[in-house]
Design a protein around this ligand. Structure first.
Ligand code: KG4
Length: 337
């Protein structure tokens, strides 16, 4: 089954062609990050407008690179939630028109389920059940992936997402947007005990997380140093910050897997690219005999191949939509349409 998949939930426009869920025939991604860097974050209206400009060309290119004809497409999958509403609507309307004109089913896909599915593309042997930590600019959650389509959230951030926290810390340090990668680079060689930063715990909810205190601590630290004319150990601060984020994410995910009796952990989303988080996961997973799955960087960030993969499994359970499909800025991962 050949699926054309569309993703436009934030500032990446993406179209992919995926065969039988796991074979990526093409994966076109157009990132607007440079445009939004000017403003220090994603400007929703600019994101929507640019999705409109590039989406048709991207789809043509995805079809061409996959070496297929449009008539070979068996279904169209699209991210319909969660995300920026105007941005999502561009992809949803494009996908509706494509499905209608090709006379094929339309499959609505939850964005975070897509991030989890990125692991199926990267690891052909991976099958549920497992625990997945999904860490991106807008989401941070620990999921019990019971089957390809049944996903239960067992831990989540109470405030900021991990990626958002990286972006805000980077901003106060004068680094460009999106700040995760520049923070990662700055932290290389830095002393991760240079600064003592908060690690929040939520009483009675062992898998839940909070990042706003950490964000505020970094902002206050930088502002205080500026006001007093003190020099900051910038690599040390970036390394201490990455350590605090990693020490929040890694032990919770490992405990969740052990408590559920699983020996597999997957990590997904843009922040999964972080070198400290990857290294810490690798270390602990090896010592705990847990098999670790972290997709390569091209599948960590937003892309449409992961939507095509999840769309395939959703389709097998009969999840399709009609032409009145709407987009939703928020939607629980377990919600049924
Ligand atoms: O999954 P993603 O591409 O987009 C969504 O938010 O859905 O994730 C983007 C986030 C941004 O916050 C970015 O700063 C962060 O991933 N990120 C990183 C790294 N690379 C990207 N955070 C930490 N370390 C990195 N190497």
């Amino acid at each position: 089954m050949i699926i054309m998949a569309v993703e436009s939930s934030c500032d990446e426009t993406a179209v992919a062609i995926v065969r039988d869920g796991r074979e990526v025939m093409s994966n076109e991604v157009y990132s607007q990050a440079d445009m939004h860097a000017l403003y220090g974050g994603v400007v929703p209206e600019i994101a929507s407008r640019n999705h409109i400009i590039v989406i048709s060309k991207l789809a043509d290119s995805a079809v061409k690179k996959a070496g297929i004809k449009k008539s070979d497409i068996d279904a169209v999958a699209v991210t319909y939630a969660p995300g920026l509403i105007g941005a999502l609507l561009v992809g949803v309307n494009f996908a509706k028109a494509a499905a209608m004109s090709l006379g094929v089913p339309l499959i609505p896909v939850h964005h975070v389920k897509g991030h989890i599915a990125a692991n199926y593309i990267a690891y052909p042997d991976l099958e549920p059940p497992f625990v997945c930590l999904a860490i991106s600019g807008g989401n941070t959650l620990i999921a019990n992936v019971k089957s390809y389509t049944e996903v239960e959230i067992i831990g989540t951030t109470r405030d900021d997402a991990a990626g958002e926290c990286f972006d805000k810390a980077a901003r106060v340090l004068g680094l460009p947007y999106p700040g995760g990668l520049p923070m990662d680079k700055l932290s290389q060689g830095g002393d991760d005990s240079a600064y003592k930063l908060p690690h929040a715990k939520i009483e009675g909810h062992p898998y839940d997380m909070s990042f706003s205190g950490l964000k505020t601590a970094v902002v206050n630290l930088v502002h205080n140093a500026e006001q007093k004319g003190e020099e900051l150990d910038r690599p040390g601060l970036a390394a201490s910050f990455a350590r605090a984020v990693s020490e929040t994410l890694v032990p919770r995910t490992i405990s969740a897997a052990k408590d559920l009796g699983y020996d597999k952990i997957a990590v997904a989303g843009g922040v999964a690219a972080n070198s400290r988080i990857r290294a810490d996961f690798e270390k602990v997973a090896a010592s705990e005999n847990i098999k670790l799955y972290i997709p390569p960087l091209k599948y960590c960030g937003d892309n449409a191949a992961m939507i095509g993969c999840q769309g395939y499994y959703d389709y097998l359970t009969g999840k399709t939509a009609e032409s009145d499909l709407n987009a939703y800025a928020t939607m629980a991962i377990s919600e049924k349409m």
